[in-house]
Design a protein around this ligand. Structure first.
Ligand code: ZN
Length: 252
């Protein structure tokens, strides 16, 4: 909460991209989508995933308990593997049509800022529960490592979705390690070659390894959104919430 407010304040002082919509209704709409998402997290993800992590600890499921690593190594390894498998999930959520319909609700925002970090459709969050449970069970993530990763992920996604212009030298250095606002902004472009890049959600290394990193796009030249949804009428709250339930392919 404090991190979100601090980022919101900083975005107003050092904006990375020019806004196309008034901020207040934009933030209110994103928070309304986020409220439905928070309910899905409380009802579906938290109970399932924390139970799986407890089972990992009790029955020593998954990879990491077999490696008998000291805890100070096991937790960062668990976080890195969770981060990599989240990269894979993100690619799938663009490539698999029914997942894309739900993930598109996150992408059709016409401005990208810290409030977008919270704007995930409840169906997308629900659909990710089996994947998240599988990640925890197969990697063997302990409840402690899971809670550290969840906190880190929340701070990371607030940061890289933000509309915050960092000093270029700092942005360059951070970009070697973590996803920065400029890197993530390129993934929200209406241009397909730009949107099909920068899939990482925490560590930037996965895009470097897969050759999917793109950094040479000036932020002020980016149109944020998804092509059929670039006018205000198509991103109203009710239409966004209904979007994943539409039977027609996206954009018709
Ligand atoms: Zn995406």
């Amino acid at each position: 909460m404090a991190a979100g407010l601090a980022l919101g304040w900083s975005e107003r002082r050092r904006a990375l991209r020019r806004r196309v919509e008034p901020q207040l209704p934009h933030t209110a709409r994103n928070l309304a989508v986020a409220a439905c998402g928070a309910l899905a997290l409380q009802l579906a993800e938290r109970p399932v995933v924390s139970r799986v992590a407890a089972l990992v600890a009790r029955r020593r499921w998954g990879l990491l308990p077999r490696l008998h690593l000291p805890r100070w190594i096991e937790v960062p390894v668990a976080m890195a593997l969770m981060d990599y498998t989240l990269y894979v999930w993100h690619v799938l959520s663009h490539r698999v049509p029914f997942l894309w319909k739900a993930h598109a609700v996150h992408h059709i925002d016409r401005d990208l800022d810290a409030s977008t970090a919270l704007r995930f459709h409840f169906l997308e969050l629900g659909a990710s529960v089996p994947w998240r449970a599988g990640q925890v069970a197969l990697i063997g993530v302990s409840p402690f490592a899971l809670s550290v990763w969840q906190t880190w992920l929340m701070l990371s996604i607030l940061f890289h979705h933000s509309n915050l212009a960092l000093p270029p030298a700092l942005e360059r250095r951070l970009g070697w390690v973590i996803v920065t606002p400029s890197m993530h902004g390129i993934h929200y472009s209406v241009e397909a070659d730009e949107a099909n890049a920068n899939w990482s959600s925490g560590l930037a290394v996965w895009d470097r390894l897969h050759g999917t990193l793109k950094q040479d796009v000036p932020q002020r030249s980016i149109t944020i959104g998804v092509r059929p949804f670039v006018d205000a009428e198509r991103v109203r709250l009710a239409r966004m919430l209904a979007l994943p339930f539409a039977t027609a392919p996206l954009g018709e």
